[in-house]
Design a protein around this ligand. Structure first.
Ligand SMILES: [Fe+2]
Ligand SMILES: [Fe+2]
Length: 408
């Protein structure tokens, strides 16, 4: 580890990150940058005590270093540095770059690769102009993710420096370290998300098993889920989903407490998570996840996505809360004696602000803010009428629900 890994390179990139843990998204991003910028080497630089992650739990730096070391072993133009790991105190990118510059040959062209989010932080922290004058930046992000904060910060720089910041979309960056940690914690598979030798290390050391589920993590979970969901829905459905989240949050604030609000947002976010799967995939998952399809569902396949969605939420989004899962499961049919959360998602799905105007929409919205059961009954009537008019099969759960709430 004493050799100077920064020597003898004309074009060198530092890949910054917490790597908690490192995964294929990071490796694919580094490899893509290697080719696009014609680099001689990419040096991974696990952060010591990242300033922007203060207050959140990060695995100890030696473990993160070892995982990064294992992950880059097989790639001859990748290497890993201990510079940040060994530095005492907080980690600032500018200090790292200064140190690396001293170790490089004088004519080495230096790049710094990191996530677009992290770059926005770096530019809002310490001496951005001096930073960009020392090296060029490569902001990597998953497709379709426009980081406004980054663009705002870039806008503040003069034209001379703007073109020293490059932007690369990397599809594999949909994988997230947060999700991997959650998967380990809940015993879900992580194979194919990160190298096998890193997985063995995590298993051997028991890393990520013991993390307590703090409030921040629940919030972070929502964000992770949102990112994951975005890549599995058509844009129209994704926009509809965000509308349902907003409306569900509003209703939860009226009729529930703080916990209802948190749960309603997650249930609303995931209510259509399986809706855009191609039919064959829906059927395959129904089999795999033991989703029972009755005759009506086989006939009216539009109903499948809610029952399957609950299983997808459980297995793919790691939702364990039965109340949330039921709100997803019954959001299309309804049922008698629904929980508050089920009612909220059922109603919000119908009344969200993105819905094109149709008969009954305004009335349903108006009722939803005054009497949740009246709104529910009204919407059940509308839905049943609509299904009948289309000549589609009506699910008995919906009929039971209407009967139940009409007589309440
Ligand atoms: Fe739906
Ligand atoms: Fe929906």
């Amino acid at each position: 580890m004493n050799r100077n890994i920064f020597k003898n390179c004309k074009r060198l990139a530092i890949m910054g990150g917490t790597f908690d843990p490192i995964h294929y998204g990071h490796l694919v991003a580094a490899e893509a940058a290697f080719h696009k910028f014609n680099l001689d080497k990419v040096v991974f630089m696990p952060a010591g005590n990242p300033v922007f992650k203060k207050g959140t739990r990060v695995a100890d730096k030696e473990s993160r270093f070892i995982m990064t070391y294992l992950a880059v072993l097989e790639n001859e133009h990748f290497d890993v540095s201990r510079i940040e790991i060994e530095r005492e105190g907080d980690t600032y990118t500018i200090d790292t770059i200064e140190q690396v510059k001293k170790l490089c040959d004088p004519d080495t062209k230096l790049y710094f690769i990191t996530g677009a989010d992290a770059i926005s932080y770096i530019f809002s922290w310490k001496e951005p102009v001096r930073l960009v004058s020392m090296c060029e930046f490569i902001a990597v992000t998953r497709p379709g993710y426009k980081n406004c904060k980054l663009f705002d910060n870039i806008e503040k720089l003069s034209d001379k420096y703007k073109n020293r910041i490059h932007y690369m979309e990397i599809p594999a960056l949909s994988i997230s370290s947060t999700e991997i940690r959650q998967r380990v914690k809940h015993d879900y598979p992580i194979k194919y998300l990160l190298p096998d030798n890193v997985i063995s290390y995590i298993e051997k050391t028991g890393l990520y098993k013991e993390e307590a589920l703090s409030r921040e993590e629940i919030m972070m979970d929502f964000e992770t889920m949102r990112q994951k969901l975005q890549s599995s829905l058509y844009i129209k459905r994704y926009i509809h989903t965000l509308g349902v989240v907003e409306e569900a949050e509003k209703l939860a604030k009226i009729y529930g407490n703080e916990i209802t609000v948190e749960k309603a947002k997650i249930a609303a976010l995931l209510h259509d998570c399986a809706k855009d799967y191609p039919t064959e995939l829906k059927m395959r998952f129904c089999k795999e996840y033991h989703v029972y399809l009755d005759e009506i569902m086989k006939e009216n396949t539009d109903l499948i996505h809610s029952f399957l969605g609950a299983e997808v939420a459980k297995r793919e989004y790691l939702v364990k809360d039965d109340e949330i899962l039921d709100a997803i499961r019954f959001h299309t049919t309804g049922r008698k004696n629904m929980t508050l959360l089920e009612k909220i998602v059922f109603i919000a799905d119908f009344t969200e602000k993105g819905r094109k105007p149709f008969d009954g929409l305004e009335e349903a919205r108006r009722l939803s803010y005054i009497d949740i059961n009246m709104a529910l009954t009204y919407i059940l009537e509308c839905v049943i009428e609509h299904v009948k008019s289309k000549g589609r099969a009506l699910h008995p759960l919906s009929c039971e629900a209407l009967e139940y709430y009409k007589n309440k």
